[in-house]
Design a protein around this ligand. Structure first.
Ligand code: NDP
Length: 162
């Protein structure tokens, strides 16, 4: 099972200046809970943005740079190679960023999308691709209001491939 996990604004914004645009405590907690113990696949920009391998997960960094090395991480030269490295796993997570999401969706490589929809519009320089409702069916939605720890209203939405 290949799951794309992303936090996406109403206008599809996901990042700016190689960083996240917002900080939503509930989303970070959910990301940690869902991905802990699993392989997480990411583009090199996203890795640089996070800055370190996340604990209790196996990090695969996708880069075309053949000499790229990061202590404690696996390196893959393509998205397909990254998936191959994780193929023994029952569940793998593709955690971004925009280039990797776009390629994953365009090549139809994922089985499931796990989206935190942030009910706000943001200026951004990277966006999540359109979710084609002919391919993806929403199977679950939980919605929450902003509170002390979460500045914006948000929904956790699951999509399964039809
Ligand atoms: P990515 O994280 O998608 O990384 C892009 C890099 O990945 C490329 O420069 C290249 O690395 C490598 N790469 C991409 N495609 C391939 C391929 N087919 N084969 C080999 N290597 C490949 O970068 P983006 O700039 O698109 O996204 C980063 C932004 O996304 C940041 O703002 C980040 O904060 C945000 N983000 C948001 C998330 C959210 O849920 N809201 C989640 C994750 C990130 P190289 O140049 O080394 O060859």
């Amino acid at each position: 099972m290949i799951t794309v996990i992303a936090a996406v604004a109403e206008n599809k914004a996901i990042g700016r200046n190689n960083d996240l645009i917002w900080s939503l405590s509930a989303d970070l907690k959910r990301f940690k809970k869902v991905t802990t113990g699993h392989y997480i696949l990411m583009g090199r920009n996203t890795f640089e943005s996070i800055g370190r391998p996340l604990p209790n997960r196996t990090t695969i960094i996708i880069t075309r740079n053949k000499s790229y090395f990061k202590e404690g991480c696996l390196i893959a030269g393509s998205l397909e190679e990254a998936i191959e490295l994780a193929k023994e796993q029952e569940q793998i997570f593709i955690i971004g960023g925009a280039q990797i999401y776009k390629e994953t969706i365009a090549k139809n490589l994922a089985d499931q999308l796990d989206v935190t929809l942030v009910h706000e519009v943001f200026d951004a320089d990277v966006y999540f691709p359109e979710i084609d409702t002919k391919i993806w069916k929403e199977t679950k939605r939980e919605s929450f209001k902003a509170d002390d720890k979460n500045e914006f209203d948000y929904s956790f939405i699951s999509y399964q491939k039809i």
